[in-house]
Design a binder for this molecule. Structure first.
Ligand code: FES
Length: 139
């Protein structure tokens, strides 16, 4: 069996939503100290809907594929739905990731949550700290 699914290869080779949003409403940047990969997510939000999302990922193929898939999964969705996106759902949508690459999808979930937290902070909106837990980078 190939190490990477066709979907992973497709999103790695043809990543969707790459780039920067000027005047984004929320920006989240996260990194994994172990592998050194960095992911940055930009959100444009209107009426609680993710109108646009872009990413810049300096990292491995799985991190690029995870960012691409995760941005596709939250585009046009509500903040509530974006908050509910898990790394497991991203990995499943990619038809799986090798065990030692699951942390790449964790980075995508974490970057989106950080961008949403940034949005709440900028708007001065209340939120529950529990919704933004520390992420485990050992996976
Ligand atoms: Fe660390 Fe992929 S190897 S994000």
């Amino acid at each position: 069996m190939a190490l990477y699914s066709e979907k992973v290869m497709d999103h790695f080779q043809h990543p969707r939503n790459v780039g920067v949003i000027e005047n984004a409403d929320g920006v989240g940047e996260v990194g994994n100290a172990k592998c050194g990969d960095i992911m940055k997510i930009y959100l444009k939000i209107e009426n609680d809907i993710i109108e646009d999302v872009k990413f810049e990922t300096f990292g491995c193929g799985s991190a690029i594929a995870s960012s691409s898939m995760a941005t596709e999964m939250i585009k046009g969705k509500s903040i509530h739905e974006a908050m509910a996106l898990t790394n497991k759902a991203v990995a499943e949508a990619l038809d799986g990731l090798p065990a030692h690459k699951l942390h790449c999808s964790v980075l995508a979930e974490e970057a989106i949550k950080n961008a949403l937290k940034d949005y709440y902070d900028r708007r001065g909106l209340p939120y529950d700290e529990k919704d933004f837990p520390e992420f485990d980078h050992e996976e």
